[in-house]
Design a protein around this ligand. Sequence first.
Ligand code: WQD
Length: 352
Amino acid sequence: MAKILVTGGCGYIGSHTIVDLIENGYEVICVDNNSRSNAGILEGIKKITGKSVKNYKVDLCSFDETFAIFQENTDIKGIIHFAAYKAVGESVEQPLMYYENNMASLINLLKCVQEFKTPWFVFSSSCTVYGNPDNSIVTEETPQKPAESPYGATKQMGERILTDFQKQFPASKCILLRYFNPVGAHPSNHIGELPIGRPQNLVPAITQTAIGKIPGMTVHGADYDTRDGSCIRDYIHVSDIAHAHTLAIQYLEQEKSETGTEIFNLGTGNGVSVLEAIQAFEKVSGQKLNYEIGPRRPGDVVAIYANNDKAKTALGWAPKYDLEEMMSTAWKWEVKLKEDEKLFATTPPQLN
Ligand code: WQD
């Protein structure tokens, strides 16, 4: 079975992807310096799959340390690259830290791909690359607008670096996966999201408010030109996102890639407003949520959701979790974290 290197495998989407890869017969190794993740999540992966995944606790910004992993694992067939900083607000406050971390790590990995002739590379990209689109439903061909944050710019640059690299080294094939809004937790409830500090994203803000970890939350604006005034997004279950990575590796393994670098949107294709997401949570949890309507959040896109036809057709991908299941798995995970607070007690340092 082919060996896949997952960078950032102790993170939210990375850990769910490792589970899916193992369940589909792949051998997986992980690289994660745990600066923004918790190695304890590997225990959760073992509870689900029965496998102990080896983690190289290495900073990918160190070329020598990265190269050494490939020297020890010359049979790596594929790389799925998640490891990156991804807090939009933090990226605005510390752009150089974001550019250095997110780009240097990618370039080091690609130098190793070049040296070891690794055939498959899957990149964790984001709908953020579309900026504020003219049309809310975006296809992979929708022109990119200027990124709203340095974080988004690192995703746009990452895609460009990979595209140029692949043209120079055609034996390595690349797939860029543009996630919309990943939410929820694995149905086993052994792994889930571990936000650092006060959650910036909607669903962990909802669940932490409901469990009492934070006193309340704010809906960032209800005066937009949308059906209920709040912003619209395409929320997609993290396990559906994870399975798309396995399908992308299989697509490369079966040499279905017609062009050297292919792009796929990963969203349900359904737009959901902030207020609708809150209503769905209240329904599945039976909890009334303590929130207030506040001012708009700078940089927010009004409405964006995916045309996912290409991923469905080419990858055979079919998202299976609906909004209520996204909310119920997220809530079950939050309840578990509350019941067993020592589970991930050594959480990484707080974001400022
Ligand atoms: C969604 C909506 C907020 C919190 C995120 C990541 C980005 C990328 C895509 C991976 C917005 C509103 C939120 C709150 C709120 N992920 N909201 N109150 O901004 O679409 O982008 O997913 O690549 O890195 O930032 O997601 O969950 O932050 O916000 O009203 O307390 O929820 O204003 O309208 P976003 P989000």
